[in-house]
Design a protein around this ligand. Structure first.
Ligand code: HPA
Length: 271
């Protein structure tokens, strides 16, 4: 039976063969953001064409890997991801990140849709992730040997501050509503109770979502540099004026933030 590391290598070899080589950097597009850079795609692969690759079941996630050129840089765009809440193990969620590392990716931009715990944020805003709280109870490094990285990987600068500062500066220069904040990753798929949201806020988090943290742990585990961008899609303060969240509203606000996320990503990936 193939080991996890062997499956990753097999997947990376297949991608390199079908998309003609390696990448400098990569972008993972989350909920409501999958349409970004659709015009720029050169070659596209379905996740199903990648050996051992788990496929996303969520409608707003496509499940394709595209190869794009931003200036001279070769960028992998991952449209869609798998989530813990679909029943996937953390190692499935992290799989693509490890494949990207094998393909030479050193800089990874991870995007997501998130609810605002911070009352000063508004739907449609963008949060540059400064740090995260992993409240999923899962970790992709559990049970691994040291083939892909060391178990006690340092996570004290999981989102390198200089890159986060670059992203913030870039967003401000573009006149976007950008914030630097802490992302709380939860298991889902149900949204949080109001008491849970107030708890996450009291813990210091500014936004909450159901992805990203597992991928960022994997990226740090294999020494990639991560930038996290959250599309703020709904208010999730758990205060007395808390409204009922709908998926339609979340996707509509993701579309608003998506324009700025595309601009920031493209700038950072061409530097
Ligand atoms: N909670 C969790 N995940 C989310 C939310 C939320 O309020 N909004 C978008 N993704």
């Amino acid at each position: 039976m193939l080991s996890y590391a062997d499956k990753i290598k097999q997947a990376a070899d297949a991608v390199a063969k079908q998309l003609n080589g390696n990448f400098d950097s990569a972008l993972i597009l989350g909920s409501g953001l999958s349409h970004l850079f659709a015009d720029a795609d050169t070659d596209i692969l379905d996740y199903q064409q990648i050996p051992n690759m788990p496929a996303p079941a969520v409608l707003s996630h496509q499940g394709t890997l595209a190869s794009v050129k931003f200036k001279e840089k070769s960028v992998a765009i991952c449209r869609g991801r798998v989530h813990l809440y679909e029943g996937h193990a953390a190692e499935d969620v992290a799989f693509m990140v490890y494949v990207l590392a094998q393909l030479g990716v050193q800089k990874l931009i991870i995007t997501n849709a998130a609810g605002a715990l911070n009352p000063d944020y508004s739907p449609g805003d963008i949060m540059i992730i400064q740090d995260h709280i992993n409240h999923t109870g899962r970790n992709p490094v559990v049970g691994q040997d040291d083939t892909l990285g060391m178990p006690f990987t340092d996570m004290s600068q999981a989102y390198p501050p200089t890159l986060a500062a670059d992203a913030l500066r870039c967003g401000s220069n573009l006149d976007l509503n950008v914030h630097l904040g802490i992302y709380a990753g939860v298991l889902g798929p149900t949204l949080e109770t109001s008491a849970e949201r107030r708890m996450l806020r009291a813990w210091g988090a500014d936004a909450v979502g159901m992805s990203t943290v597992i991928e960022v742990i994997a990226a740090n585990h294999c020494a990639m540099q991560v930038i996290g961008l959250s599309a703020i899609t709904n208010m999730a303060t758990g205060a007395t004026d808390q409204r009922i969240d709908t998926v339609d509203e979340i996707l509509a606000n993701a579309a608003t933030a998506a324009i700025g996320i595309a601009e920031i990503s493209q700038t950072l990936l061409t530097e």
